[in-house]
Design a protein around this ligand. Structure first.
Ligand code: 1CP
Length: 353
C-alpha cells in the first residue's frame, strides 16, 4: 500500500525537489460539482453523507476523475469532533452548521470529556480506509481536523459567527475555562488525527479558519499554542514515510513566522499575503501551500491562467510550493474553470523547478 504512483505532494511538502508544482484545491469535493449535489441529495443531509464510508469515498474521488489533481482530501468536516463530544451537530438547509447543545457557560465546559474516539468517529476511519483502497496508490490522501480555537468558536457560538462575541467574552472573563476547552479539543484531535493516520491518511492538514479573528497575543496564546500541542502529539512517520503536517490560519500574515516554529512541515497561505512575502516570513523553514484568490475562478480563462502564473512567479524558483487556492472553492464556480487552473499549473510550473 505504501508505493505511491504520484507522490509529488508529499515530496513538495517536505521541500524535496519535484519536476512540477503539485496542485489540489481546498473544498475540491463540494457544491460547485453537479455530481456532488446529486450524491448529497441521495444521502439526504450532510452528516449522513459524512457517516456513509461509500458515499464519502465517492464524493472524495469525484474531483479526481475530472481534474489532474495530485491529492485527495477526505470528505468530512471539522465539526465531527464536537459532535463526538456530544454537542449534537446538525445542518439547517441553506444555513451553516448548528449545535443542539452549544456550550453556554464555564460549567458546561467543565462537564465535557475526551470522547471514545474509536466508537464515536469510527465512520471517519472507515471512510479513510475505503478511500485508500479505491485510490490504489494513485495519489496521497490528506486527512484533516479543525484547530481547537476554530472548532471552539462553533461550540461556544452555537454555529457560524462573524464577530465571535461569546467566545471573546469567555477569553476575557474566564480564560481558564477557554483553556480547558481548547486542551480537551486538542487531546481529542490528537487521537482523531492519529487514528486517521493509522487508517491510511498520508498527510495532515489543520484548518484554523478563524484564528486571525484574535489579536496577535491572544492568537499565540489560544490558537497557536493549541495547534502546537497537536503537532507535538501527532504520529510523524508511517510505513517508512514521513506524514507531513500542514497548518493553515486564514489571514495569518506576519504570524506565519511564529507558525513556522511549531515543527509543522508546511503552512497554508491565503491570498492576502504574497507568497514571496510569506517565504521571507518563514525563511524557507517550511513549505508553502496556496494561494490563488478563489474569486479568480469567476473570471475568464485568460485571467485564470494569468492568476496561476502570478502565484507561481511570486513563490519563485526552488522546492517547497504546493499550488492551491487561498481558501475553499465556492459553490458558484464553473467546474470547467478548475480544469483551466489545474492545466495551467501543469503547464507553467516546470519552469520554476
Ligand atoms: O451542503 C453542503 O454540502 C455542505 C457544505 C460543506 C462541505 C462541502 C460543509 C458544511 N463541509 C463540507 C466539507 C468540508 N469541510 C471539507 C471536505 C474536504 C474538501 O473537499 O476540502 C473540509 C476540509 C471542511 C472543513 C471545514 N468545515 C472548515 C475549515 C476549512 C474552511 O473552508 O475554512 C470549516 C470552517 C468548516 C465548517 C463548515 N462546515 C460546513 C460549512 C458550510 C462550514 C462553514 C460555515 C462557516 O462559514 O462558518
Amino acid at each position: 500500500m505504501s508505493g505511491l504512483k504520484n507522490d509529488l505532494l508529499l515530496r513538495a511538502l517536505l521541500r524535496e525537489p519535484v519536476p512540477r508544482t503539485p496542485v489540489w484545491i481546498m473544498r475540491q469535493a463540494g457544491r460547485y460539482l453537479p455530481e456532488y449535489r446529486a450524491v448529497r441529495e441521495k444521502a439526504g443531509d450532510f452528516m449522513s453523507l459524512c457517516r456513509s464510508p461509500e458515499l464519502a469515498c465517492e464524493v472524495t474521488l469525484q474531483p479526481l476523475r475530472r481534474y489532474r489533481l495530485d491529492a485527495a482530501i477526505l470528505f468530512s468536516d471539522i465539526l465531527t469532533v464536537p459532535d463526538a463530544m456530544g454537542l449534537g451537530l446538525y445542518f439547517e438547509t441553506g444555513e451553516g452548521p448548528r449545535f443542539e447543545r452549544p456550550l453556554k457557560t464555564g460549567s458546561d465546559i467543565r462537564k465535557l470529556a475526551v470522547p471514545d474516539v474509536a466508537a464515536k468517529l469510527g465512520y471517519v476511519f472507515d471512510a479513510v480506509r475505503t478511500v485508500r483502497r479505491e485510490l490504489d496508490g494513485s495519489v496521497p490522501l490528506i486527512g484533516f481536523a479543525g484547530s481547537p480555537w476554530t472548532v471552539a468558536t462553533y461550540m461556544v457560538e452555537g454555529g457560524s459567527s462573524r464577530e465571535f462575541k461569546t467566545i471573546k467574552g469567555l477569553a476575557d472573563n474566564d480564560p481558564a475555562a477557554l483553556s480547558t476547552l481548547l486542551d480537551l479539543i486538542a487531546a481529542t484531535t490528537i487521537e482523531y488525527l492519529n487514528a486517521q493516520i493509522d487508517a491510511g491518511a498520508q498527510a495532515i492538514m489543520i484548518f484554523d479558519t478563524w484564528g486571525a479573528a484574535l489579536e496577535a497575543e491572544n492568537y499565540r496564546r489560544f490558537s497557536l499554542a493549541s495547534m502546537q500541542i497537536i503537532v507535538d502529539g501527532l504520529t510523524r512517520e508511517r510505513d517508512g514515510r514521513r506524514v507531513p503536517v500542514i497548518l493553515f490560519t486564514k489571514g495569518a500574515g506576519a504570524l506565519l513566522t511564529d507558525m513556522a516554529g511549531t515543527g509543522c512541515d508546511a503552512l497554508g497561505v491565503d491570498w492576502t499575503t504574497d507568497l514571496s512575502t510569506a517565504r521571507k516570513y518563514v525563511d524557507d523553514r517550511v513549505a508553502l501551500q496556496g494561494n490563488l484568490d478563489p474569486a479568480t475562478l469567476l473570471e475568464s480563462p485568460d485571467k485564470i491562467r494569468q492568476g496561476v502564473a502570478e502565484v507561481l512567479e511570486s513563490y519563485g524558483s526552488g522546492p517547497g510550493h504546493v499550488f492551491n487556492l487561498g481558501h475553499g472553492i465556492t459553490p458558484d464556480i464553473d467546474p470547467d474553470n478548475v480544469t483551466i487552473l489545474v492545466d495551467a499549473v501543469h503547464e507553467l510550473s516546470p519552469a520554476y523547478k
